[in-house]
Design a protein around this ligand. Sequence first.
Ligand SMILES: Cc1cc2nc3c(=O)[nH]c(=O)nc-3n(C[C@H](O)[C@H](O)[C@H](O)COP(=O)(O)OP(=O)(O)OC[C@H]3O[C@@H](n4cnc5c(N)ncnc54)[C@H](O)[C@@H]3O)c2cc1C
Length: 339
Amino acid sequence: MAKKKYLIIGQGIAGSVLALEMYHRKMDFVVVDQPKLSSSSKIAAGVVNPVVLKRLKMVQGAENFLDHSESFYKLWQNNLQSEFYHQIPICHLFWDQESQNNWMEKSANLPFSRFLGVVNPKSPRFFNPEYGFGKMKETSWMDTFKFLNQVRQYLKKEGRLEELEIEWKNLKNLKEKHQASEIIICNGHLLKEQGSYSQLFSATRGELLTIRSSDIPEDVIFHAGVFILPIGNKHFKVGATYHWDNLRDEPSEDGKTKLIKQLEKMFSGNYEIVKHEAGVRPNTQDRKPLLGKKDGHYIFNGLGSRGVLMAPYLANILVDNLEKGLPIPKEYDIKRFFD
Ligand SMILES: Cc1cc2nc3c(=O)[nH]c(=O)nc-3n(C[C@H](O)[C@H](O)[C@H](O)COP(=O)(O)OP(=O)(O)OC[C@H]3O[C@@H](n4cnc5c(N)ncnc54)[C@H](O)[C@@H]3O)c2cc1C
């Protein structure tokens, strides 16, 4: 029987991870992407953290997501001979004794004991929360910009990438042109602009600053409301905000003011702002991913605020569904919105 050929639309984290998974399984596919369009993957901070620090709760399905993402990115880092995935602890700073106690209590039992490490009662120099910090285990940072570039080069070299903005009404023609058996749409928040898909989303604009400072250690991520993430050469990403209006990639004065306020609440050292960016997260109404077939084509979307963590596990599920007919778990299946 002839191999099925798949047409992937979009080369953000979803489309890239799916393409690599297909490559790994020796499947036939081509990716169509217009890099000038909105992409939150390009500006994402890239933090991989299975715990919601604000509420000290596990991300649902976190352990599955984490186990897949680690092995996936390490494998592809090796295959692409690049370094884009870095293990780095997150230090969560405490504003009061109660938060410190809560951390200690939770870290004594599973599943938290895998991720919440020791408490250091002394806060680092220039950091304002006075009750020290808890250090996380098994957290990472992915340089998403570098990852996407590496994947793009790879796909180009393999002749599997076409740069084109697709129009929804031309999907059928495109499928015929590429002689594809199935289309998988991985177009991030732009999916909400297509008719009935709009009701599935509660997308959020997020803003980030890049700062330069000599007063911040470069071997950990600090978190206290916002995070301060070292990206090398005394540069740090600071973020992120959540806005439900103006769902575009343009950063706002309001976002900048909020970030500066939160940064200066937690940190009193010197810094200068180098860059200010914004993107739109593809959050869904129920905060869960969107996978599966609808109106004759497949969707891989809804990665929300944790695309790096979730994409490899979800791509695996989707490919198992496409190739082996295995079911998509109900909580991720796009059908939940339409049945
Ligand atoms: C400020 C901010 C901080 C974030 N921080 C983190 C973080 O620390 N960790 C984390 O895991 N996640 C983070 N995220 C979330 C992360 O960015 C998303 O989960 C993820 O990038 C979504 O990827 P995607 O591939 O679904 O969509 P996108 O990245 O939006 O990719 C969609 C792709 O489809 C292409 N496309 C769209 N329409 C068409 C068309 N018509 N024709 C051709 N191509 C098309 C676009 O060009 C783009 O390449 C953050 C997001 C923001 C905004």
